[in-house]
Design a protein around this ligand. Structure first.
Ligand code: EPU
Length: 352
């Protein structure tokens, strides 16, 4: 189904009021020939194409001048062998619902990834992660439509080049892959992972700890700190946790002994963007209708009626304050989309 001049407000968790020139609801694989024709026409008219999942990590900076493909493919296929549960999940399925359903059915492994907003097809793009677990730990393969030649293709876990909030879908396959399903492989021999932050209260070595307990705890911790997009528009962590040199981390630690820091295997050090922003005293800081969340400084929220530009200005201000105080340049995790496709905070500011 195609809509013209379609509001995207309900399709982005920031609730920004932007419009798409055309929007196609991709609900069944049998619509593929129709979709490929539409893509051809759009490309011939030199208009951009955007694949949109749940819109939970997207900031529409302007009206979109081309075709938005809203992925709404549904269905979960389950199978198992002696050692593993396997789930082939269509891209439009809701991620938090999938996690809840699997845990309820006694299929363990995804519990640390509870309540991450978005659809399943978006999960591999930024290799979603929380509380010591990432999608890459359970993703066996990803099916996608290649928008250049129209063919259905499959990538193995290794092919996906997963890294911290990164994958091939943000690199070589950017603007080229429309993910149709994700295959997950969950070992039946389950091991709890409670080493992260507030989950440490659960004793992962105790036989009694269950996936349901971890699920409940993750849901509680997340709901206490992260605003529900249905109530307060937001896109989760706005910035990535920056990875800096050991030298810079050491310098900062000499002034801020309590700074959270996570040494990486290659000698670099990951810092907590939320802590850096918090130290700049920015919790609650507001520009127009956009504000730094009062409970978790890594999240920018729409307090009601925020324009995309309010969010852009606030993001630029936050980035500048952190740069001045800590000499650390934050990168946004949220995808910025302008009239012609993906862009960056810097480009949006430069164009004003
Ligand atoms: N902190 C502050 N003030 C704040 C926020 C954080 O001092 O306002 C401190 C915390 O006390 C903690 C440290 O910074 O010592 C890290 O904070 P937290 O544990 O809340 O996690 P995070 O690094 O801010 C990351 C992910 C989240 C994920 C959590 C839990 C990124 C960019 N974010 O946040 O992912 O839920 O860890 O694993 O990697 C998302 O991507 O949308 C997201 C929510």
């Amino acid at each position: 189904m195609i809509e013209k001049n379609c509001s995207l407000k309900a399709f982005n968790s920031f609730s920004i009021d932007a419009y798409a020139h055309r929007l196609f609801h991709f609900q069944k694989i049998s619509q593929l020939p129709e979709l490929l024709d539409l893509i051809k026409v759009t490309k011939a008219a030199k208009q951009p194409i955007l694949v949109l999942g749940g819109g939970s990590n997207t900031l529409f900076c302007e009206d979109f001048s081309g075709l938005v493909i809203k992925v709404e493919l549904m269905g979960v296929n389950k199978s198992e062998d002696a050692q593993h549960h396997r789930l082939k999940v269509a891209a439009g399925e809701d991620w938090p619902q999938l996690v809840e359903n699997t845990v309820e059915q006694g299929i363990n492994g995804l519990e640390n990834l509870a309540l991450i907003p978005g659809v399943v097809g978006a999960a591999p793009v930024q290799n979603i992660g929380a509380y010591g677990v990432e999608l890459k730990d359970f993703c066996e393969s990803v099916d996608y439509v290649d928008l250049i030649d129209g063919e259905l293709k499959t990538l193995t876990n290794e092919d996906c080049l997963f890294a911290y909030r990164d994958s091939i879908f943000k690199g070589d396959l950017k603007d080229r892959a429309l993910i149709t399903s994700v295959s997950l492989k969950l070992p039946k021999l389950w091991k709890p992972l409670c080493r992260y932050g507030l989950l440490e209260a659960l004793n992962e070595t105790a036989d009694s700890v269950t996936a349901l307990q971890i699920f409940d705890n993750v849901c509680r911790i997340r709901s206490e700190k992260l605003p529900d997009p249905a109530i307060l528009g937001n896109a989760g962590s706005f910035f990535k946790n920056p990875i800096v040199s050991e030298h810079l981390s050491g310098q900062l630690l000499s002034h801020h002994a309590d700074m959270p820091h996570y040494p990486q295997a290659d000698g670099s050090v990951k810092l907590a963007a939320g802590w850096l922003i918090d130290q700049c005293g920015l919790k609650g800081h507001q520009i127009g209708g956009a504000a730094v969340h009062t409970e978790q400084a890594l999240v920018l929220v729409n307090n009601g009626g925020a324009t995309a530009y309010d969010v852009v200005q606030l993001a630029a201000f936050v980035r500048e304050q952190v740069l001045q105080k800590f000499a650390v340049l934050l990168e946004h995790e949220v995808r910025f989309i302008d009239a012609n496709g993906e862009t960056t905070l810097q480009q949006v500011i430069d164009n004003v």
